[in-house]
Design a protein. Sequence first.
Length: 510
Amino acid sequence: MGSGLLVAGTTSDAGKSVVTAGICRWLVRKGVKVAPFKAQNMSLNSFVTREGAEIGRAQAMQAQAARVEPTALMNPVLLKPGSDHSSQVVLLGKAVGEMSARGYHGGRQESLLGVVTDCLKELRGTYDAVICEGAGSPAEINLRRTDIVNMGIARAAQFPVVVVGDIDRGGVFASFFGTTALLSPEDQKLVAGYLINKFRGDVSLLEPGLDMLEGLTGRRTYGVLPFTHGLGIDEEDGLRVSMRGAVRESVVAPPVGDDVLRVAVCAVPLMSNFTDADALAAEPGVVVRFVDRAEELVDADLVIVPGTRGTVRALQWLRERGLADALVRRAAEGRPVLGICGGYQLLGRHIEDHVESRAGSVDGLGLLPLRVRFAVEKTLARPVGIALGEPVEGYEIHHGVAEVLGGEGFLTDDRGHALDGCRAGAVWGTHWHGSLESDAFRRAFLREVATAAGRRFVPAPDTSFDALREEQLDRLGDLIEEHADTDALLRLIESGAPAGLPFIAPGAPA
């Protein structure tokens, strides 16, 4: 069986996804056949594999870092929040129902341990190494009994654990010590040590603290990763995305033409796959921001209404904030609007939803000639087609089925037969996520937007989104290779946690 490692974290957003991807890229560059794995993921950013399975987008990104095709085995359980209290449960790539948090943690989660260990076993039989990502913190003592993603999976596989802490938040030493001390003796035996993320400054000033931490816990620190701007990797969760001013912090080249294009993305509730805007942000001269007020649409050359896990709820939110009226005015003035997935659905005339919101019959914004009916079965697909004369591919994840009643076709096959979406004036809509990652289509679409907006914007002729993503993944691999003790990490992956690691009191409460 292949060896492996669990990357845990002191908190959510400590950097587990980044570190897991970086380790995968470092290993594959060494010639190791490696796969990522996350037993259970809670995220609204998801992806469709070649076999038609829905998994977390972070795991798809990690598979790309490992240079392997993503599969449902890499993320057997995906939870997609529909409210503060419930989530859709996606098991082995297929939605199996909606469940409250109490219902899931009260018994359903524990019953899935066999499923996730079977998936991990299959990956271990295929790959030299499997790098697992935990979720939240392994020291969530109220959830340990039913845990299948942190120490539960580490214990089942006897994988060593490295705990990642975000020093930029402060309190990283207390977090490392407290995380370890709140685990049972059996769990602590697998916690090999720590990895610091997002460090700013002189590492020599940190070293006394690292020595004291090792003296207190008997565990070493395997690396100190510097704070790095503009990594631009796919994030797990879009719930806080409206707090971000832009898609990424990295510097891009100046505009090719005389003008820039301003893109405003409506930060709708339960936003899903906000990564659709990343390809636009990668274009020189395109400025992307997330907005939640009507006045922020005034100077936008393009407004995107993105995907959402709650189409009817997002529609209500747009109306409450005056954004719906602003979108209607834009359409009347011939100013560009793009709706993607749920955003496409709410731009239509009518929605019949007895599945997602159970709101029944709801009027849409009427900007596109379509009716939407929500089906129980979810559409999962990896389509390819042609739009604006250029090849385009994407992925579909939706319950809503659109009946197009007029307008122009948007995405077609090579014979001109309609595949998806429509256009009415300067308003476009499609169910296809990821379509803007197709370089030639993205450039053609931006030219259309620039013409409609009256901007002297020229798309860069050589921007390759795939190449940019590969550069970002290589940067993650470089972070591990240059700032972690890779020899020691490799020994951990191959041989497991060191013997004789001391117990740190008090341990998990009885």
